[in-house]
Design a protein around this ligand. Structure first.
Ligand code: ADE
Length: 243
């Protein structure tokens, strides 16, 4: 998958060269094309923003450098996303949908906003990462790129699945433990070292249900409403949480 990133702060995307995403781009599974919008300013001082028409505080990113930057990456042929607190909230369904594209362009605004004509003319889908305001779209873009990338085939190692984790399965993830079995007086639950895989699976399911019911009653409710896919033993566990 090719990901064009249009930003006034290209240095903020250095983390894409490390860890899983760095490895995936070294292997050619992901290609990051980071473009500085300011490089497309025709102004002798490389100005890219100006005061808003109609008044208001702050500066607004101008259409011309943005249009030229978008033209340079061929954004008329890509799915275009503008990171904005006004947008649709990013979730696993939206990430999965974006991950099916061959090429996307992620546009980051900064400070007060961008000229609306950029959004309109380039058919940009506005996406938010949550109900809070960041100083710019860069960190939001990193979040989107990370979650979308991990769903692209071969980005995660073979043994990991992009789809069997917390939230995607419909429940929050159960607690995990590793060595040592006893640490500063705190012991790993006996069931996890029992070797009984069936009981272990049911314990994990029960823990997930307990956490989800307390922390995310909204998704617990959704889960309960589609419980037909559960085994008899799982249904028995679930019933304990329905009283
Ligand atoms: N830009 C500023 N705040 C944002 C948010 N919450 N999501 C996406 N882009 C943003």
């Amino acid at each position: 998958m090719k990901i064009n990133i249009l930003t006034l702060f290209p240095e903020m995307f250095t983390p894409l060269t490390s860890s899983m995403l760095g490895r995936a781009s070294d292997k050619g599974i992901l290609e990051f094309n980071i473009v500085n919008i300011r490089d497309f300013s025709q102004d002798k001082h490389c100005k890219a923003d100006d005061y808003p028409f109609g008044g208001g505080h702050g500066m607004v990113l101008m259409a011309d450098p943005a249009f030229r930057a978008l033209e340079s990456v061929g954004a008329e042929k890509t799915r275009n996303i503008y990171m904005s607190p006004r947008g649709k909230i990013l979730d696993m369904d939206l990430s999965e949908d974006i991950a099916r594209e061959r090429e996307i362009t992620v546009f980051c605004g900064h400070y007060e906003g961008i000229d609306q004509r950029i959004i309109d003319a380039w058919d940009m889908q506005e996406v938010s990462i949550g109900d809070y305001i960041l100083t710019g779209g860069e960190l939001a873009a990193m979040v989107l790129i990370d979650t979308v990338s991990r769903m692209v085939p071969d980005v995660l190692p073979k043994e990991a699945s992009a789809f069997d984790e917390s939230i995607y399965s419909g429940l929050l993830e159960y607690p995990q433990y590793t060595q040592p079995r006893s640490y500063r007086g705190m012991d790993v639950p006996d069931i996890l070292v029992s070797g009984n895989h069936k009981l272990i699976a049911l314990w994990k399911f029960e823990q997930s249900l307990a956490l989800t019911k307390v922390r995310r009653p909204d998704i617990f409710e959704q889960y309960v409403n589609k419980r037909s896919e559960l085994s008899k033993d799982e249904l028995k566990v679930l019933e304990k949480f329905l009283k």
